[in-house]
Design a protein around this ligand. Structure first.
Ligand code: B12
Ligand code: SF4
Length: 425
């Protein structure tokens, strides 16, 4: 069969990370590898990087099956693609998959979608694959896009997933709904790393820094196999705070940056999110990462009951701890989390406007300040964090003027999207 696998372009309303990073579609690379093993002819289409409309590629490629991946913010775009595919030829089968389809298949009920895949096995069966053994993804796919993938300052970044799900239970988090926690064998991970040519590797596990022994085995085996990479990973503050020795070992084998969900600057908020960390853990983790010159990308949830004083308190925390990279996420009651039902009567963006459920829009009505004021506080805080001269000099020195400017242009695009929100109220 001829199968076209598509990653959608984000909707124009989505306030998107794609302005500062575009990562390889590992999910489609994995699917494609299994499908090719079963003698299907597969093409990956990355609509983030294409200018022509999706119809052009469908007409040109003439697939039997179109498989579309995506997240919550892509639901509308995916349905739109499915409609266009069927307008071209109603016999083309349209299949949708990905994390959002796995947890919320009901969101993809649509006359133009033939199968919502909640597990890849149902897709492989649907297209008649006989050998569905999971295998290492082919790494040069999609070849024509490979040089265009990057993550903030890192060019040609490759993705790898070494564990699935998360062993914790933070009540705002969608990730824990996707699968039960299980980790791959380190030997298997090492085998996959050997197939990655580039140096920059983004480990997309929800929580890579979990099991001390596994991380030590990982470090030992990197050394034994002479694998030299720069790693970007997700990790919790409490693990970093309690395992400085492991962080030091990981630094020696290439740990370059950690995305840490510090989430809040008050203990009360951390408790309310069931984060099971302490503010002291956050402070200690940041210090440890700074000590070993490992970049800390902190993510923070902005409460809907915040007023100006909360934004000020967060700024004080960021400044005191010398954080340079912070991702501010307005509280979003994701589906299948306990917050979804709790807030359904206070939504200012209805759930069906999925393109705005991007964890950057304010979807719940703030209780103490206006929507305009809230967005204004977000932009103000972003600029207070990134604009001070020492931070700019730090970025110039560490990452070079050109890369810093490129990233600033991306950040500016996001700022304009926020300004637009303020103007439109
Ligand atoms: C790395 C990552 C990114 C990377 C991109 C990674 C990529 N592959 O393109 C970056 C940092 C750029 C990113 C951006 C965004 N992300 Co993100 N991201 C992740 C993270 C941490 C891992 C995703 C990943 O790469 N997985 C690896 C692949 C191999 O696994 P997979 O996606 O689970 O796919 C498997 C199956 O689902 C299936 N499958 C997938 N697609 C398809 C398609 C078909 C047809 C079939 C049959 C099967 C199938 O096959 C795979 C089996 O191996 C997840 C957290 C998580 N636990 O998933 C959040 C996550 C997916 N992101 C999320 C969000 C919201 C976003 C943004 C919208 C945020 C924003 N404001 O911009 C953007 C969207 C960018 C875009 N592409 O348009 C949410 C999605 C929530 C939801 N309900 O959809 C998550 C779950 C995080 C969260 N906090 O909740 N993200
Ligand atoms: S926020 Fe992080 S630690 Fe908490 S459940 Fe989600 S992925 Fe796990």
């Amino acid at each position: 069969m001829k199968i076209l696998l598509i990653r959608p372009k984000p909707h124009k309303e989505t306030i998107g990370l794609q302005s500062v990073m575009i990562c390889e579609p590992l999910e489609l690379m994995q699917l494609s590898t299994v499908l090719r093993k079963n003698n299907h002819e597969v093409t990956i289409l990355d609509m983030i990087l294409e200018r022509k409309p999706v119809q052009f590629f469908v007409e040109q490629y003439k697939p039997d099956v179109v498989g579309i991946t995506g997240y919550i913010s892509h639901v509308g775009v995916i349905k739109e693609y499915a409609k266009k595919v069927k307008e071209i030829n109603k016999n083309i089968k349209v299949v949708v998959g990905g994390v959002h389809a796995t947890v919320c298949p009901e969101d993809f009920k649509d006359e133009n979608i033939d199968l919502v895949s909640i597990d890849t096995v149902d897709f492989y069966n649907y297209v008649g694959c006989e050998n569905i053994e999971v295998c290492l993804p082919e790494r040069n796919l999609p070849e024509k896009y490979m040089k265009k993938y990057y993550y903030l300052f890192s060019k040609n970044t490759s993705l790898i997933k070494t564990s699935f799900g998360c062993p914790y239970n933070c009540n705002f988090c969608f990730c824990k709904e996707i699968s039960k926690y299980h980790a791959r064998d380190i030997d298997d991970v090492i085998d996959e790393l050997k197939t990655i040519k580039g140096e920059e590797v983004y480990i997309v596990d929800d929580d890579f820094l979990f099991n001390r022994d596994r991380l030590i085995e990982f470090s030992d085996k990197l050394i034994k196999n002479k694998i030299h990479k720069n790693f970007l990973v997700y990790g919790r503050a409490d693990f970093i705070a309690q395992n400085e020795d492991v962080i030091s070992t990981l630094k020696k084998v290439g740990l370059n940056a950690v995305i840490v969900g510090i989430e809040a600057s008050s203990q009360e908020e951390l408790n309310s999110y069931n984060k099971k960390t302490k503010i002291d853990d956050n402070v200690k983790a940041i210090k440890i990462l700074q000590k070993y010159d490992i970049e800390c990308y902190a993510t923070v949830i902005l409460g809907i009951d915040w007023d100006k004083s909360n934004f000020k308190r967060l700024y004080k925390f960021i400044k005191a701890n010398k954080l340079v990279f912070v991702n501010l996420q307005p509280f979003t009651p994701m589906p299948h989390t306990p917050y979804f039902d709790e807030h359904k009567d206070n939504l200012i963006i209805p759930y069906k406007e999925h393109e705005k459920w991007d964890m950057a829009h304010l979807v719940v009505k703030p209780s103490k300040i206006s929507i305009r004021q809230y967005y204004f506080q977000i932009i103000k805080l972003y600029y207070k964090i990134t604009m001070p001269l020492p931070n700019v000099i730090y970025m110039f020195k560490k990452y070079g003027v050109k890369t810093t400017f490129k990233l600033s242009a991306g950040a500016l695009k996001i700022t304009f999207q926020y300004i637009n929100k303020i103007l439109r109220g």
